[in-house]
Design a protein. Structure first.
Length: 310
């Protein structure tokens, strides 16, 4: 191991949390898991975490707890819960005894606000660094998490967060997880938002893997229209994202993660709340503020919200 071991907390052992925990553990770091479920935390302490990679299965021994106050001082805590659970995770993290860098990696708009809301006054003790990730992982029907595509994570390096973002990116990089630090995260955030509002609702509604959106003419047309609507709002917000760039981002992501079950389809399948409030709903709210009609986004957002568990 060429780097020194660090202590990392993974908040929420879902698909992305498992991926990060196992990879960071395999790179020699000490990994702790903060979970909301006592049963699952007990299971993780007994069995560890399992990840299926291109080259075989990896198992990580980690220490799991439901009590943030029990966690030792950590170099980094990666908040991996889904958007609807962010405020609860923040409330749990408010008990952390030691200041740390809290890295968010969720899709959507309003992520830091939701975490801050849960943290309350404790937010001021930590460095809150936002990121955008293209990592793709999902949990199969057998319960095993598969690392589908090892794609970049982009971290917010705006001052005064830059050194903390760089330290976090170095940690991820030490585990073979590509990470870069951006002076301004907004272009990356909007590009990813265009990807998520274009891919996630459609895959959940049509019950197709991401690649089908690139392959099927009818779905590709819908996906590209959704991406263009997101780009229009980005421009209204002062972020330079052309229709062509947003379309290409959505198409590239659908192809690069062709075998993936999108996170929203995973949520619907598992009967969990989806992230639609942080994607379509949040985008429509901003669009209304700018007087922009988004017919395609309004349609899929309403349909996802009407799904039983959304
Ligand atoms: O939310 C997701 O599923 C992912 O962000 C992406 C890139 C659409 C791949 O499935």
């Amino acid at each position: 191991m060429a780097h020194s071991p660090h202590r990392i907390v993974i908040v929420g052992p879902g698909a992305i949390g498992t991926l990060l925990a196992v990879r960071l553990h395999a790179a020699g770091h000490e990994v702790h898991v903060l979970d909301h479920s006592p049963d699952r935390a007990a299971r993780l302490n007994r069995d560890g975490l399992l990840l299926e990679t291109e080259t075989g299965r990896l198992r990580a021994r980690c220490r799991a707890t439901t009590r943030a106050a029990d966690l030792p001082a950590a170099d980094l805590a990666v908040v991996c819960v889904k958007c609807p659970a962010l405020a609860d995770a923040g409330r749990q993290l408010a008990d952390l005894a030691h200041p740390t860098t809290l890295l968010t990696i969720q899709n959507g708009l309003g992520v830091l606000d939701a975490l801050r809301q849960g943290l309350g006054a404790a937010a001021a003790r930590h460095r809150l660094v936002a990121s955008v990730t293209y990592q793709a992982a999902n949990r199969g029907p057998d319960g095993i998490v598969r690392h589908v595509a090892n794609l970049p994570t982009l971290l917010d390096g705006s001052p005064p967060l830059r050194p903390h973002a760089e330290a976090a990116a170095t940690l991820l990089g030490s585990a073979g997880l590509p990470a870069t630090v951006e002076d301004d995260l907004r272009p990356a955030l909007w590009r990813k938002l265009a990807v998520n509002v274009a891919i996630n609702p459609l895959t959940a509604l049509e019950e197709v893997r991401n690649g089908q959106l690139a392959e099927r003419d009818d779905l590709r047309r819908q996906m590209l229209a959704l991406a263009r609507e997101a780009a229009a709002v980005a421009r209204a917000e002062g972020v330079a994202l052309s229709d062509q760039q947003a379309e290409a981002a959505a198409l590239d992501a659908a192809r690069a993660t062709a075998d993936n079950v999108s996170s929203m389809w995973q949520d619907v399948r598992a009967g969990r709340a989806t992230e639609i409030e942080f994607l379509g709903t949040a985008l429509l709210r901003l669009a209304a503020h700018h007087g922009l009609p988004l017919p395609a986004t309004a349609d899929v957002t309403a349909r996802v919200r009407a799904l039983k568990h959304a």
